[in-house]
Design a protein around this ligand. Structure first.
Ligand code: ADP
Length: 492
């Protein structure tokens, strides 16, 4: 008697524990007798579907109506294959409740057969997995929203999840990526060693940037290899440990860094050059002055020398004057810098001053200068004047023999400043030399043809640059030269 009551007590306890467990895990149990098509549901099943045990009649048809239409086929296929011999059903589906809300369910079931192998009963569970599905959706949405390509791999290095950024970056479709090993997106030469790195990471998985101190690269489907930055994080999931990799294409960043490095080198080189030009020209001036002074003294006593000696002195004097011009040009060049004060300048005014100053040359050469309306802008006044002066006097100087210079000066607004143009009908410049004429001491003619130092356009380039602008020329030999330069106004 004692044992029977003990056994009953044990059974009741067991039932109670089972009830608690199924309730906590939202797990409903059902039993379908196929011979007479009747269902037995436990209380949890009614709860899951929000149905009343006393009024709801469970049949295959009433249940079928509660399955989300898109999942019906999947459900029927699962049943069919279980009945046809697979004996097990394992599928996720959506149930539609009477209030039209949707619950995500996971069904696990087993088919029982009679001695002839005919299915007679299916017993199974339904579990409410809505919160997992929602969490999963949220995770996938977050993954999609990530600015980087995200790839999640399992311990075997097989890609399990990717976002669309990963598809874009590596040019593989989601289907091609998922199921492949992560080495698919690595350059061939790096694949073997990566397998070792991968094993090492899974042994000590901590969130960290990958390949610290080394330049990492990845490979697109097209074979193109490009630099990347990768950070790795371990994720513990129900299917074991996963690793998420956030991959960023850093091609642009590397290009910018290298351009900045180039600029820094150029800037320091040009500073050195300025200092050298200043020191050299400054120190050269003194001995030159001495030479010029002595030539002046000799000139005062030239009656003491014969004609030939006088001619020699004359040549020395001309060379010394030329040298003085060169030195002054170099000094000007080295003094041009950004440290001056920007002022609001009317460029029409500057041009009128220059034309007045060049009046003698203009009259003697018969030059015709047309000035279209020019802007008022913020600039370094002396420098801007020097720039126009050089370009206008060159336009007159490099005229064709027997052709009067016709020069047009104009300006137009560009994105972030002004673009000026000085057009002439002179000798023109061969395309081959159109870049090099802006370098220091570059001349295309000897002094007997056209006088000069080769410093003017180097100065012009420097002046345009200290205004954040640029200078260039378009020209056709024997027809015209059109010098353009820009002065940026936005940056000031
Ligand atoms: P410079 O005028 O003292 O020779 P620049 O630096 O001003 O030196 O000019 C460099 C060279 O560019 C000139 O020697 C000349 O060959 C060419 N050049 C400059 N401006 C013109 C122009 N308007 N037409 C044709 N050639 C030009």
């Amino acid at each position: 008697m004692q044992t029977v009551s003990n056994t009953r007590k044990d059974l009741e306890d067991l039932q109670h524990r089972l009830l608690l467990a199924t309730d906590a895990s939202k797990l409903g149990i059902w039993d379908w007798d196929l011979s007479n098509n009747t269902f037995i549901w436990d209380d949890q099943m009614y709860k899951l579907y929000g149905l009343n045990k006393d009024t709801f009649q469970v049949t295959y048809e009433t249940l079928r109506n509660r399955i989300y239409p898109d999942d019906l086929k999947k459900m029927e296929k699962g049943l069919e294959s279980a009945l046809a011999g697979k004996k097990e059903i394992h599928l996720d589906f959506r149930a539609v409740l009477d209030d039209k809300s949707i619950k995500h369910m996971r069904m696990l079931a087993k088919v029982q057969t009679d001695e002839q192998g005919k299915a007679i009963r299916i017993v199974g569970t339904n579990m409410d997995i809505t919160s997992y599905v929602k969490a999963d959706e949220k995770f996938k949405n977050l993954l999609e929203a990530a600015p980087d390509a995200m790839i999640i791999v399992n311990e075997k290095g097989i890609i399990e999840i990717v976002n669309s950024e990963a598809e874009n970056l590596f040019e593989y479709s989601r289907e091609e990526l998922i199921g492949s090993t992560i080495e698919l997106i690595m350059p061939e030469t790096f694949r073997a060693s990566h397998v070792l790195h991968r094993h090492a990471f899974f042994e000590h998985p901590v969130r960290r940037p990958m390949g610290e101190g080394r330049r990492l690269t990845a490979q697109k489907k097209s074979g193109k290899i490009f630099p990347v930055e990768i950070s790795l994080s371990p994720i513990d999931s129900e299917n074991g440990r996963l690793v998420s990799a956030a991959i960023r294409d850093i091609t642009k960043r590397i290009e910018t860094e290298s351009t900045l490095r180039k600029y820094a080198t150029l800037e320091s080189k040009s500073k050195e050059m300025e200092q050298f030009a200043y020191a050299a020209s400054h120190d050269l001036r003194e001995p030159l002055l001495t030479i010029q002074n002595y030539i002046h003294l000799i000139d005062l006593h030239k009656e003491k020398f014969d004609q030939q000696t006088c001619n020699y002195f004359d040549t020395i004097s001309k060379a010394a004057n030329k040298m003085e011009k060169l030195i002054i040009g170099l000094l000007d060049y080295s003094r041009l810098s950004k440290q001056k004060k920007l002022l609001e300048i009317d460029s029409n005014q500057i041009i009128h001053e220059i034309i007045a100053e060049l009046n003698e040359l203009i009259v003697s050469t018969g030059a015709k200068i047309t000035v279209q309306p020019l802007p008022t802008l913020k600039a370094y006044p002396l420098e801007l004047k020097l720039l126009f002066q050089n370009l206008i006097s060159n336009a007159i100087k490099f005229r064709k023999k027997d052709t009067k210079p016709i020069i047009t000066i104009s300006a137009c607004k560009v994105n972030n400043g002004w673009q000026f143009s000085i057009h002439d009908n002179g000798i023109g410049i061969d395309e081959l030399h159109q870049e090099k004429i802006f370098a220091l001491f570059q001349r295309l003619h000897n002094a007997s043809e056209y006088d000069g130092t080769g410093i003017g356009l180097a100065n012009c380039r420097k002046i345009a640059e200290i205004h954040g602008g640029n200078i260039w020329v378009k020209s056709k030999i024997n027809e015209f030269s059109n010098f353009y330069f820009t002065i940026l106004t936005d940056q000031f």
